[in-house]
Design a binder for this molecule. Structure first.
Ligand code: ADP
Ligand code: 5GP
Length: 191
């Protein structure tokens, strides 16, 4: 049986990466799609594990070669999902998580109608700002750009099949892992 495609989206700082790390440990056969990006690596980010870090020139070549399932420009950088790696994992029966922003999520929903869409957000937009400030990975200009995008993204949450409000860490983890387990282990009807 083919695995399911699971799109996880939501504002920067909502806690997507934190929740996905927990789910990858808790739901064993899950796969994770490593995106390509033109953004510079953050401290501690490892090429080909967190992202495939490439130049804008190379990214544009990959677009011409039709190598992306979806791609988008976000906050001044390009991000995209290499399609063949995703399909190889799905073919082995593993479900695969894509952690992508809203424009990409919409492309996936159109192209892969069986994808399950999960939205993650903080309880309030002020909390998003606090978490981004706490993470301290962005310049103040980049942080403001992410905040402006966050407000637009939250308005689209109704387009998703599931919504996880990441308030208390343990509760959110439990809900998120529960949803992913259900999808990956076949509890949710394919449609
Ligand atoms: P995203 O991947 O959505 O951009 P991260 O997973 O990097 O978000 O989380 C953003 C910041 O918020 C990180 O510093 C993380 O440790 C912190 N964080 C994640 N979940 C919570 C939570 N439930 N409560 C408080 N802080 C959190
Ligand atoms: P960050 O720079 O914080 O790692 O990611 C910025 C945004 O880009 C996040 O919303 C993240 O989910 C999104 N993103 C990461 N990889 C991809 C991708 O392959 N495609 C798209 N469309 N968005 C991505």
């Amino acid at each position: 049986m083919r695995g399911r495609l699971i799109v996880v989206s939501g504002p920067s700082g909502a806690g997507k990466s934190t929740l996905i790390r927990a789910a990858l440990d808790a739901v064993p056969p899950l796969g994770y799609s490593v995106s390509a990006t033109t953004r510079a690596p953050r401290d501690g980010e490892v090429d080909r594990r967190h992202y495939i870090f490439i130049s804008r020139e190379e990214f544009e070549r990959w677009i011409r070669e039709d190598r992306f399932l979806e791609w988008a420009e976000y906050s001044g950088n390009l991000y995209g999902t290499p399609e063949s790696a995703v399909d190889e994992m799905l073919d082995t029966g593993r479900s695969v998580i894509l952690e992508i922003e809203l424009q990409g999520a919409r492309q996936v929903r159109k192209k892969r109608q069986d994808a399950v869409m999960v939205f993650v957000r903080t309880p309030s937009i002020e909390e998003t700002r606090r978490r981004l400030e706490g993470r301290a990975t962005e310049t103040s200009e980049a942080l403001e750009r992410r905040m402006a995008t966050a407000i637009e993204e939250v308005e689209a949450r109704g387009e998703f099949d599931h919504e996880v409000v990441n308030d208390n860490r343990d509760d959110a983890r439990e809900r998120f892992v529960g949803i992913l387990r259900e999808i990956a282990q076949g509890g949710e009807d394919a449609e």
